[in-house]
Design a protein around this ligand. Structure first.
Ligand code: CDP
Ligand code: CDP
Length: 242
């Protein structure tokens, strides 16, 4: 079946948000989904869940075959928690265990690009992302949504920001979460983000790249509200080609 058919045979409506690490994808995607009443799929969380399972089983010593062998026995679920707050929160479940914070650890962040570059991991998760989106109105964020998962998405956005700003955002996030990570310097975080971006952009299978018909937004000096407004404006126009 062609990609076009995946989009046209049902009522699916897709907003694709891609970009490098800490460019603001998940914050924007969640808020846009809330405003529009759409489902939100954090595809990075799915790659992180497979990475967590890999690390738990094999440590840092694993082959592509090892990871591929885990896939048939791996169950990933993104559950929407209706906690009566203004914003939706999504909880991540790996084989029925809640791993929402475990998948954000430094260990997982350091290994996730390597696991995500394995073609069988991508095939499996892309199939799952398409299945989850079937007959739904969805905002997905990731690295390959507008290029590979849904190349005919109704709205495509590619977020970027300077490496210094992205490292600052990540540092603030870590400081808010845990005292154990207070020591991470901006330089250290910037180096880790740059390494992950390089790995994600240069892999053979579905590299991180801006789709030619995506709106490219530099969020370095933008507020989150501005980012959300820009995506909502695009969605309201139903623009496909910029
Ligand atoms: O939140 P952050 O930008 O740090 O990362 P994420 O969105 O949670 O994604 C973690 C990693 O998963 C990325 O660095 C990619 O290696 C991989 N990923 C991917 O390959 N394809 C996607 N659609 C989403 C994430
Ligand atoms: O999903 P991605 O890794 O691209 O980024 P994110 O998790 O949405 O954003 C990383 C952090 O930057 C979050 O804590 C956001 O609240 C923050 N952020 C910001 O301070 N200003 C922006 N314009 C966008 C994001």
């Amino acid at each position: 079946m062609s990609e076009k058919h995946i989009q046209c045979e049902d009522e699916t409506l897709i907003i694709a948000i891609d970009g490098p690490a800490a460019s603001g994808k998940s914050t924007t995607a969640r808020l846009v989904a809330d405003k529009l009443g759409y489902m939100y799929i954090d595809t990075g969380a799915m790659y992180r869940a497979v990475t967590l399972k890999t690390i738990r089983r094999f440590g840092a010593q694993y082959t592509e075959e090892d990871v591929a062998a885990l896939l048939p026995e791996t169950h990933i679920e993104l559950r929407r928690e209706d906690n009566h707050s203004a914003h939706t929160s999504i909880k991540v479940f790996l084989d029925d265990e809640e791993v929402t914070s475990d998948i954000r650890s430094q260990e997982v962040s350091a290994e996730v690009s390597r696991v995500s570059a394995i073609p069988r991991v991508r095939e499996r998760l892309v199939a799952l992302q398409r299945e989850m989106s079937k007959n739904e109105r969805v905002v997905l964020d990731g690295r390959d949504i507008g290029t590979v998962v849904f190349p005919h998405a109704d709205v495509k956005v590619y977020l970027v920001a300077s490496i210094e700003e992205r490292a600052r955002r990540r540092q603030k996030e870590l400081q808010d979460q845990s005292a154990a990570t207070l020591n991470a310097s901006i330089d250290d975080l910037a180096a880790r983000l740059a390494t992950r971006d390089r790995f994600d952009s240069t892999r053979d299978h579905s590299p991180l790249s801006c789709a030619p018909d995506a709106l490219r937004l530099d969020t370095t000096n933008m507020t989150i509200e501005c980012q959300v407004e820009a995506v909502l404006e695009l969605a309201s126009q139903g623009i496909k080609k910029i």
